[in-house]
Design a binder for this molecule. Sequence first.
Ligand SMILES: CC(C)(COP(=O)(O)OP(=O)(O)OC[C@H]1O[C@@H](n2cnc3c(N)ncnc32)[C@H](O)[C@@H]1O)[C@@H](O)C(=O)NCCC(=O)NCCS
Ligand SMILES: Nc1ncnc2c1ncn2[C@@H]1O[C@H](COP(=O)(O)OP(=O)(O)OP(=O)(O)O)[C@@H](O)[C@H]1O
Length: 327
Amino acid sequence: MNEKSSCEHSRRDDTRLDNFLDCIRDAAAYGLLEEVRTTPKPGLVDLHDNGSHRDMCYDTFVASTGAVVPYLVEMAKAGWSLDGSPSELFPAIRPIGVRAEAAMFAATAGVNTHKGIIFSLGIIAACLGYRYRRTGVLDPCEVLELGGLATRDWLEQDFDRMKTRPPVTHGEHLFAEYGYRGIRGEAQEGFPALRLFALPAMKQALAVQPDANRARLHVILTLMANVDDTNILIRSNPQTLEYAQEEARRLLLSHPIITDQAMEELAALNREFVARNISPGGCADLLAIAIFFVRLQELMDERKDRDQPCCKANSAPRKRLTLTWKN
Ligand SMILES: CC(C)(COP(=O)(O)OP(=O)(O)OC[C@H]1O[C@@H](n2cnc3c(N)ncnc32)[C@H](O)[C@@H]1O)[C@@H](O)C(=O)NCCC(=O)NCCS
Ligand SMILES: Nc1ncnc2c1ncn2[C@@H]1O[C@H](COP(=O)(O)OP(=O)(O)OP(=O)(O)O)[C@@H](O)[C@H]1O
């Protein structure tokens, strides 16, 4: 390659990376904010109330989003830039996650708003960068499975270490007491809650229910019915988790589409969750990621003409970015 074409090549590569990171930034901010705006969510902060939370409100989430998103972009860039194998992804981004948590706590005066999101969406953003640079295609299920490959051994080492010392964090306590693997197990398995439940539920809900808020409420109910949310467990016990899962199943069964009546029942369930101090915060994180994927698809589609593959490694036939799910 002569000097001129190599220069053009690297300029196009830079533009491609910039476009990709812009999409990650916009989709992440959108996902995080639209999750909080989804209303009425049982036990969670939304536009109506603070659910079962005393230390955070809508504005806390806005401040936290501003603080956290730049680090998610940094993790996407780290994934893009990595020339090694997928197992090198997690150690490359963990220090960025530590800095992101510090920035979140500084922005919220010490409140945990987005610890779960920094971890889960951070891993996913890095995997998106890693895959997109190489293939020019984003298949959410493939990316989520890559997240499993990238974290499995490292997080198993975390679990092994936990067995040798007293538990410190909520997640560690629940692993020691009941063997729940929580958010770490979710990542190790390649985010089955997203692949098998949230993403198919979002696709189905948006097809029958054009109102985005109601489609998202359908998704959070689907997650609540299926996920062992450690946020619920740490505040209560496995019986309460089962109760919350049963309530979500009951609502989904009687309202496969979120009607006005379903909205009223969701508001009633919110009152019940507040009385019992239940908060499905892990499900909220997963909803934010499902919204992120939908928005990312829209943004990448809008930009696809500006973002042509520019080298051999990227020259796979250009496909429309599609969300595919295995059932
Ligand atoms: C693994 C993390 C999230 C900490 O674990 P911890 O034991 O504190 O987790 P805990 O069980 O309290 O859950 C954290 C959050 O996960 C979310 N969550 C809960 N249950 C689930 C679930 N089933 N699926 C997905 N997310 C869930 C909730 O938002 C919850 O608040 C992470 O902060 C971490 O690795 N900490 C160690 C220090 C570090 O390296 N930090 C940088 C991470 S990139
Ligand atoms: N809209 C939302 N409303 C409430 N919580 C949410 C929302 N979205 C996500 N969450 C998640 O819920 C978690 C907060 O739950 P909780 O207040 O029980 O925090 P904690 O730090 O685990 O517990 P504690 O503050 O009691 O030590 C956060 O990790 C956050 O990611």
